[in-house]
Design a protein around this ligand. Sequence first.
Ligand code: GLN
Length: 337
Amino acid sequence: MELDVGDVGQAVSTGTLPGWDRVEELVAAAWHRNRDLRAGEVADYIPILAEVDPELFGVCVAEVDGGIHLAGDADHPFSIQSISKAFVYALVCDAVGHQVVLDRVGVDNTGLPFNSVMAVELNDGHPRNPMVNAGALATTALVPGATPAAKWTFIQDGLARFAGRPLPLDEQVYASEAATNQRNRAIARLLESYGRIDTDPLAVVDVYTRQCALLVSARDLAVMGATLADGGVNPVTGERVVAASVCQDTLAVLAASGLYERSGEWLYEIGVPGKSGVAGGIVTVAPGKAGIGTFSPRLDGAGNSVRGQRATAYLSRALGLNVFASDVRTPDGRSST
Ligand code: GLN
């Protein structure tokens, strides 16, 4: 991953963001410096995703005090896709508890692509990673509700509370994926055979396909991320969505697995938990500070937005978000930076 951030320097993780005007300036710069980048390809394995305008590019930072900074196509709607996995995971952890999800789904990166069947086989049917399709299907199977319709309502309501507004379903995206998701159906059947899904697996795939087809914008992703950054309280609506401990669990999982098999590289270069989706969105969470939402449809080989990664890398450096960057001050006044 080539993440040219220019000469912005490395600000340390300070505990607070710089002032309002500086954040405005940096969000605009993150957009400007990457807008001409054309690298990557739009996803086409879900046929309708190939029809997107590849030039679209939006960036948003939502601060934990509710302040919003926007650049470019930050209000353009697109399907949330895999980013839903992070928020459904949080809702399920909140509803059924840390241990149940840990035992049933796991928290480790498989090191394999998001739609890997091999990963399930290599782990004796244990999904391990809730941020790829097998683990996400096992997580969606744990959603409270006696019927698929009740589970779907739980998810749609929960994601709306994260975003602070109702999120519509893109019927065309849903229909396009539902017609071509044989692989996800196969994964769900396989998980059923291993006792990791104990309800109708095809109904689980249908709910999962719907959750992936919810429409969000970069602004929505930023607010959803800011809710995880704010201990589970949506900073725009003031509503508590999940417990603070659930945010901690979710962010640990995102740090390990949010960018598929490139998660280590992302954490190494950018240093904050994030989650990407194949429609081109990325949500990034700087605990206690902000959420970042980006949207740009061209993807790298792992399915992560190229411009989204670059813009986020720039913001992480310039805003001092990297959780591993410290400035230790000793009692005699020495500073490590
Ligand atoms: N709905 C997509 C799928 O299941 C989500 C994948 C993704 O965003 N990586 O294939």
